[in-house]
Unconditional design. Structure first.
Length: 126
């Protein structure tokens, strides 16, 4: 019975690794985007949190964007949390565009309107 339990746990672990997506499979590293817009909400959940923001496009109308973040645990460790941004705040999000061609990006940096880095995949927040 012990060997069967170890086998089941091993299979479950393998499926978990297989199920996690590749960044490059979903987002194009050659297509970066910088979005300046109004923060709508933060969906603080595992395995990845999401920022929702409204961005004025070149025609003057508003596009809704979803920007994927890291795990809540990883972001908390660098000082970014559910209270780091408030609804209505103007923010800048730098990221990688989704390959599927929609208004979705993978967030690399989140900045406040005044230029302060709130979250960065590359450095500690300022």
């Amino acid at each position: 019975m012990r060997n069967f339990s170890i086998w089941v746990l091993g299979c479950a672990g393998a499926l978990g690794v297989w199920g996690h997506h590749s960044l490059v499979a979903e987002y194009d590293p050659a297509k970066t985007v910088t979005l300046t817009g109004t923060f709508i909400k933060l969906d603080w959940r595992n395995p990845h949190a999401w920022i929702y923001l409204d961005v004025k496009n070149a025609a003057g109308s508003v596009d809704s964007w979803r920007c994927e973040l890291g795990s809540p645990n990883a972001m908390s460790r660098v000082g970014f949390g559910p209270d780091s941004v408030k609804a209505g705040d103007e923010i800048v999000v730098e990221g990688l565009l989704a390959r599927q061609g929609t208004n979705i990006c993978s967030t690399r940096i989140v900045k406040a309107k005044d230029g302060r880095t709130l979250l960065s995949q590359y450095e500690q927040p300022r």
